[in-house]
Design a binder for this molecule. Structure first.
Ligand SMILES: NC(=O)c1ccc[n+]([C@@H]2O[C@H](COP(=O)([O-])OP(=O)(O)OC[C@H]3O[C@@H](n4cnc5c(N)ncnc54)[C@H](O)[C@@H]3O)[C@@H](O)[C@H]2O)c1
Length: 380
């Protein structure tokens, strides 16, 4: 229980209290999503084993939180998911109850520059994580892929979990491959018919789209580019102003991953499948509109269209159909577009102007808003 702006928030009771006191291994914990997930899990009383190759950015959200003392009880390991020996050592030593697998080469542009590394990390690395889980008898695995795993038809409808995998560029297809691998690995080793008979592991995958929020400094992503330029009082160059993306705050899909993790830990095998977590229809707006909105919260934000650097293919229309998560999990978004843009712009503004880290306050506010909205994971 933490006293905060919203009174006492019972972090330990969220998700039916399942994460309190268990050992959770997070791959990619030094990354954008992984650092937010680790913050949330720590607050809920989980013992975290973080496994990442490096600190991918400077500044870095994980390090900023670590310096503030949020990760005092975390085991923070530098290791490569392509290194099966190291994975085995770590899994044997710490025996995690659940693994959230987020480590990846996550950038489209980088996949054109480093195709082999992208596939080795996103496909073979994922396979090695699964192998380590199998040998160690991990109870639950949540594999994080992407909305880009689907064969993109550039149409206005949302992709459903039953749609075919694909991927025009190498990053997207590596995520499509990671999904095919997940399904085949489940069939082969964690078959639902043999659950509790021949094995005790449930494996699910989660597909979310572009997420925003404070603390992302990855290269070639819109929000970090905008915020870095703004902090230097420069105009940001944007590549595709009319491309629509399903924008959502980073905490939204994380709540979905945590719900799936909860169900798997509870032994509910019908949840060991693929799941989409995207914003409602209003979340799909153009890059240009996102920037116009954010300007309301940090007026120095300024941009120009860069027509010179469109050498590589990127999807223009990409939307997820999240009916399955809405219906079976009762998962839904907590923050609308305005709140998401506000929280994101303010996080960076506070960081650059006042050297403040707003993450814990944002997490508390998010949980408080979810509670007020009777969102399923806050309820008993
Ligand atoms: N951020 C987004 O908008 C977004 C959208 C869709 C999907 N995803 C997926 O979510 C996951 C997390 O993305 P992110 O934005 O936090 O990425 P990030 O770049 O911020 O972090 C990547 C993490 O993976 C680790 N990593 C990379 N290669 C590794 C290796 N070989 N061995 C061990 N660790 C390695 C890095 O050290 C880092 O901790 C990825 O699977 C990504 O594809 C992200």
């Amino acid at each position: 229980m933490l006293p905060g702006r919203y009174g006492m928030i019972s972090f330990e009771k969220l998700f039916n209290g399942i994460y309190n006191g268990i050992t959770v291994l997070v791959t990619g914990h030094t990354g954008f999503k992984g650092s937010w997930l680790s913050l949330w899990l720590t607050q809920m009383g989980a013992k975290i084993i973080g496994y990442s190759k490096d600190i991918p950015t400077d500044p870095n959200h994980f390090l900023l939180l670590k310096e503030k003392g949020y990760f005092e009880n975390m085991i923070d390991i530098r290791g490569d998911i392509r290194d099966i020996k190291k994975l085995d050592e770590v899994f044997n030593k710490y025996k995690p109850d659940i693994v959230f697998h987020l480590a990846a080469q996550p950038l489209v542009r980088n996949s054109y520059k480093n195709p082999i590394e992208t596939y080795e990390t996103n496909v073979i690395g994922t396979l090695k994580v699964f192998e380590a889980c199998r040998k160690a008898g991990v109870k639950a695995i949540v594999n994080i892929t992407s909305d880009k795993c689907y064969e993109n038809k550039e149409w206005v409808w949302g992709y459903r979990e039953i749609d075919p995998m694909g991927g025009y560029d190498l990053y997207s297809s590596s995520k499509g491959c990671a999904e095919l691998l997940t399904s085949s690995y489940r069939n082969s080793f964690f078959n639902l018919n043999d659950y509790k008979i021949k094995h005790n592991t449930l494996l699910a995958s989660c597909r979310a789209g572009n997420v925003i929020g404070g603390g992302d400094w990855a290269k070639d992503r819109l929000i970090p580019d905008v915020m870095i330029s703004t902090s230097k009082k420069e105009k940001v160059k944007i590549r595709k102003p009319h491309a629509t993306r399903p924008w959502q705050h980073v905490l939204e899909p994380l709540s979905g991953y945590l719900m799936i993790g909860q169900r798997l830990l509870e032994g509910k095998k019908e949840f060991a499948e693929g799941w989409n977590f995207g914003p409602d229809g209003e979340g799909n707006i153009t890059v240009e509109d996102v920037l116009k909105n954010m300007k309301n919260y940090w007026c120095e934000i300024d941009y120009e269209v860069d027509n010179s650097s469109q050498q590589f293919h990127e999807a223009n229309l990409l939307k997820l159909d999240c009916s399955k998560a809405h219906y079976y999990l009762k998962w839904k978004s907590v923050w609308d577009n305005q709140k998401t843009f506000e929280k994101t712009a303010r996080w960076y503004k506070e960081y650059y102007n006042n050297n403040k880290i707003m993450s814990m306050l944002d997490l508390e506010e998010y949980i408080n808003d979810a509670n007020l909205g009777n969102i399923a994971w806050t309820q008993k």
